[in-house]
Design a protein around this ligand. Structure first.
Ligand code: DOR
Ligand code: ZN
Ligand code: ZN
Length: 422
């Protein structure tokens, strides 16, 4: 396959060129319009080629909650959103806390054959916070990290043990930071809009205390830790300070935390309900600055598809989560690159190279010899988010009706076109 005359996003800049792909790898990168040969040619004059996007925080719901999403619909949604690799969280039923469930997911991913899917194992058995899960077996079965996502491991002693065991097996812990005793049933950010609506609020401290604990453990043990979906200005600052003194901490955030503020809850739309909650302008601005200055390493979706039955109820009873795979790239490009916060190479770093590095995955760069995992986008195309067009089973998005730039045209995985916009 030849991708001809494309704008290619390299770590040090964007340059025009041709990509020659053979046997699933980038064989050559040539000056524009010089590649010759037979086979499939994509004329890419209007397209920008990114290293295949990687989302290290996705909920696929299978096994157990196939009404919300399956590995197949989740993978379809991923490639439509430009993702060539995704990592799926263990809060399934059964929980991914042993090798059997991990093997099942890898097998289904292979059968579906769209993007690469890497399971993440639970930190504790059944995500119950009592005993460690079967880490060695899961590592052998291919899990790429450990996480208790959906909650924190309450016991600091158990969490310290988890970090040490994880490290022995070459894995990192990805920490959902939430002190449940402080959240205490809160469903939105505690502030002006929680007061206005009467919805029960949750303090920044509920997130920050756990971010601080994970940093303390990582620092004391000299081990790495990764902080999930950072949403508070104070959490960004904790991570910035920890990095400055050499703690091995990395962190992610999601498009909803740098695009929205808690004002969106005033209409009681359950599609704005997510955990951690969408916070105040001060937080939105700090998360954006954290991405700009490198405190926040990567952008993930926390793709959390839900069935209409779980969302179309009173705000307090609705499930937490946003279906994010099909809007992440365009929201990030529109909010961050078009507004001058990040350059295109920096966006590729946050959405591909950094997650690959954090988890030790192959990929993240357009270079000769690398797997031909590529995302081809028309950056000039303006479109309007319409959840009815999502291929994910989860139509739950607060972005319906929003105008964005950047349309994924092709997603190429190991040299094969797995998504083409029709
Ligand atoms: O909003 C969320 N939804 N946050 C989480 O931590 C879990 C996720 C889910 O599984 O639905
Ligand atoms: Zn989480
Ligand atoms: Zn999550």
């Amino acid at each position: 396959m030849i991708i001809r005359n494309a704008s290619i996003v390299f770590p040090d800049g964007v340059r025009r060129g041709d990509l020659v792909i053979r046997e699933g790898r980038i064989e050559k990168i040539l000056p524009a319009n010089t590649a010759e040969g037979e086979g499939n040619v994509i004329e890419a004059e209007k397209l920008t080629v990114f290293p295949g996007l990687i989302d290290m925080h996705v909920h696929l719901r299978e096994p157990g909650f196939e009404k919300k999403e399956t590995i197949e619909t989740g993978a379809m949604s991923a490639v439509k959103g430009g993702f060539t690799q995704i990592c799926c969280m263990p809060n399934t039923k059964p929980v991914i806390d042993n090798k059997v469930v991990a093997v099942y997911i890898k097998m289904r991913a292979k059968e579906v054959g769209l993007c690469k899917i890497h399971p993440i194992g639970a930190i504790t058995a059944g995500q119950e916070g009592k005993t460690l899960s079967a880490i060695g077996g899961m590592k052998a079965a291919g899990v790429v990290a450990l996480s208790e996502d959906g909650r924190s491991v309450v016991s600091s002693g158990l969490m310290a043990n988890a970090m040490m065991y994880a490290s022995d097996f070459g894995l990192k812990c990805l920490c959902h930071c939430e002190d449940a005793s402080l959240v205490d049933g809160g469903v939105v950010h505690e502030g002006y809009y929680s007061t206005l609506t009467g919805l029960k609020g949750s303090l920044r401290a509920a997130e920050d205390i756990m971010i601080a604990r994970e940093i303390c453990l990582a620092e004391s043990l000299s081990l790495p830790v990764h902080i999930c979906h950072v949403s508070t200005y104070s959490g960004v600052q904790l991570i910035r300070e920890a990095k400055a003194r050499g703690v091995q901490v990395t962190a992610e955030t999601c498009p909803h935390y740098f695009t929205l503020t808690d004002e969106v809850i005033k209409d009681f739309d359950p599609n704005t309900k997510v955990n951690p909650p969408i916070r105040a302008e001060k937080d939105r601005a700090a998360v954006t600055e954290g991405l700009r200055d490198g405190t926040l390493d990567c952008i993930v979706t926390d793709h959390a598809p839900h069935h209409e039955d779980d969302k179309n109820v009173e705000y307090a009873y609705a499930a937490f989560g946003i279906s994010g795979l099909e809007t992440s790239f365009a929201l990030s490009y529109t909010e961050l690159v078009k507004k001058g916060v990040l350059t295109l190479p920096e966006l590729a770093e946050k959405m591909s190279a950094a997650p690959a590095r954090i988890l030790g995955l192959e990929g993240g760069k357009v270079e000769e010899g690398a797997p031909a995992d590529l995302t081809l986008v028309d950056l000039a195309e303006k479109w309007t988010v319409d959840p009815a067009e999502f291929v994910s089973k989860g139509k739950n998005t607060p972005f319906g009706g929003r105008e964005v730039y950047g349309r994924v045209k092709y997603t190429v995985v190991d040299g094969e076109v797995k998504y083409e916009e029709k």
